[in-house]
Design a protein around this ligand. Structure first.
Ligand code: ADP
Ligand code: MG
Length: 558
């Protein structure tokens, strides 16, 4: 039997691909700039082994030039260029990546900053352009060639004039339609914005001629247009810089530039990991919770970069829920991207990074608690509730991570204390960690149930948030000490355990029976108690669910 090749309607395939890979049109620019950066990188790598080549960083750049009148956007680079054959093979074959081939051929030389790999990014140009023209002159070649295509109908290649080595991509931007406008891709401010968003950390300068109004010379109030070539991208990402050369102000500036929050960060982590997993990250713990933090609208996540190119705005998989308040970015060279560079396939690398990040955040919080208590309490005021949710919703090992970070107000210390501090102060004879729930410290202070425990001189933790008691129930014990609500019926205090005088019960039997009848359905039993000092009566609960928990549960919508 002879084997046959698949036939593909390449015209339709191209159309389908162009319109289904990317969810946003603006990424066409990211793809073209990444290609230009790759092309310059290739000269850089060649120069490493070829003595006849000099790599003088100043002579390599990318330039973006919009021409509104003619609806043309040009991207020019001084990269390695393409020969006639390369134009044919790289741009004429969908899913052929010259860059991937280059990386494979040059494996020994650390070529990992090259971005291209799928051989489809270039065609993103057709999302915004009717006609794409590529004029290129390859390094070491005397001739230049012009490749041109309207997308669906194939392409032409012919010789042309070009003085310098490099490539020019010329896009004839589409006319607006009823549903779509394309004008923005010819606007200076918009192009600047897209470059900043996706390509800020491309290693070579991305230049644009920027026109601004300036006061006319010799005049105070007259303005004139002034055009100047500017470099738009920052090039060296702050996370690749040496920590010792950076100040807190640098990090704060990055925080506000990136709009991670309107506040100042409480603290930052700058992580460089270079082992089996390789990544750089800058993470921030904000001071204040965003207004929507405890709502469904809030989306957690970190920015994810691959080789300095933005892949995802909010990668949720990088943060556990209980650390969802953390802001920042992660850059890694080793991610397996999918073709649109938008979503990552279930990636082991990503999971490893997430795990590593989780540990680092925990350690940072622990050290804050230990060394900068005031800062930690500020943090706790904003995000403590989230940690408690973390403990409560745990099915795995979060509890161990989080229990040491919990703070509660203490009846004896009159301030927030950790569970560890509480336990270390417990007298020999104290069996339980006592807590009392209520709306406010004031109200808890007046609880009759707390009297006996307080009288014994035992410390009581005040629970004022709905989640507190639920979280503690999940924790069950701390350092093998059980938690005990002051309103539970058995407090484990000797005085209370002494048998209530039989005769006292008998004497009051009639009264107790009467009270039980009057409160039928509301209380289970009426008993004499040794717990009370100055109050005549109090409620106590048997079993797992305390009175406060019952209140919360019955207030929840069904
Ligand atoms: P990828 O970048 O994933 O390889 P693309 O479709 O973006 O795929 O580009 C295909 C190939 O075309 C690249 O691998 C590269 O060989 C070549 N190419 C594209 N743009 C340029 C450029 N500006 N300069 C040199 N070569 C380029
Ligand atoms: Mg590409």
């Amino acid at each position: 039997m002879s084997k046959k090749e698949f036939k593909a309607e390449s015209k339709r395939l191209l159309e389908m691909m162009i319109n289904s890979i990317y969810s946003q049109k603006e990424v066409f620019l990211r793809e073209l700039l990444s290609n230009s950066s790759d092309a310059i990188d290739k000269i850089y790598y060649k120069a490493l082994t070829d003595d006849s080549l000099r790599f003088n960083k100043e002579s390599y750049y990318i330039k973006v030039t919009p021409d509104k009148t003619n609806r043309i956007l040009t991207i020019t680079d001084t990269g390695i260029g393409m020969t006639q054959e390369e134009l044919e093979s790289s741009l004429g074959t969908i899913a052929r990546s010259g860059s991937l081939a280059f990386k494979n051929e040059n494996e020994t030389k650390d070529g990992h900053t090259i971005i291209g790999q799928f051989g489809v990014g270039f065609y993103a140009a057709f999302m915004v352009a009717d006609v794409v023209t590529v004029i290129s002159k390859a390094l070491g070649s005397g001739e230049a060639y012009k490749w041109e295509s309207t997308g669906a109908d194939g392409y032409t290649i012919e010789p042309c004039e070009k003085e310098t080595v490099g490539t020019q991509i010329i896009l004839k931007i589409k006319e607006n339609t009823e549903d779509e406008t394309y004008d923005e891709y010819l606007e200076e401010y918009r192009l600047k914005e897209i470059i900043k968003k996706y390509s800020d950390f491309i290693r070579y300068p991305i230049k644009m001629d920027i026109t601004e109004k300036r006061p006319k010379e010799g005049s105070d109030n007259e303005l004139e247009d002034y055009t100047e070539e500017q470099v738009i991208n920052s090039m060296v990402p702050i996370w690749k810089k040496n920590k010792n050369e950076l100040t807190s102000e640098d990090y704060e500036q990055f925080y506000s530039e990136k709009r991670y929050g309107f506040d100042k960060p409480l603290t930052h982590l700058h992580i460089n990991v270079d082992g089996t997993i390789r990544y750089n990250a800058i993470l921030f713990i904000p001071e204040n919770s965003p207004f929507d933090y405890y709502s469904k609208e809030f989306e957690k996540g970190l920015e994810l970069y691959s080789n300095g190119v933005l892949i995802m705005n909010k990668c949720a998989d990088l943060l556990p829920d209980y650390f969802s308040f953390v802001k920042g970015m992660v850059d890694s060279e080793d991610l397996s991207l999918n073709i649109s560079r938008e979503i990552l396939q279930q990636d082991r690398q990503l999971q490893l990074i997430a795990k590593n990040i989780g540990k680092k955040i925990k350690n940072e919080l622990k050290s804050l608690l230990k060394n900068e208590r005031e800062k930690f309490e500020k943090f706790y005021k904003s995000f403590g509730r989230q940690l408690k949710y973390g403990v409560y919703s745990d099915f795995g090992s979060n509890k161990d991570v989080l229990k040491d970070l919990l703070l509660f107000y203490s009846s004896t210390e009159k301030k927030l204390v950790t569970l560890d501090e509480y336990v270390s102060r417990m007298p020999e004879d104290q069996k339980y960690i006592y807590y009392a729930s209520g709306e406010s410290y004031d109200r808890i202070e007046k609880l009759p149930q707390a009297e006996l425990v307080a009288d014994k001189g035992y410390e009581i933790l005040y629970f004022t948030e709905d989640i507190d008691e639920f979280a503690i129930k999940m924790l069950m014990t701390y350092e093998e000490k059980e938690f005990k609500s002051v309103s539970s019926s058995n407090l484990g205090i000797e005085a209370e355990e002494e048998q209530i005088n039989e005769s006292e019960e008998r004497e009051n039997k009639e009264l107790f029976d009467y009270m039980k009848k009057a409160l039928a359905g509301k209380v289970g039993d009426v008993r004499a108690s040794k717990r009370l000092k100055t109050h005549p009566v109090c409620l106590s609960a048997d079993g797992e669910v305390t009175i406060e928990m019952e209140k919360i549960l019955s207030a929840m919508p069904d």
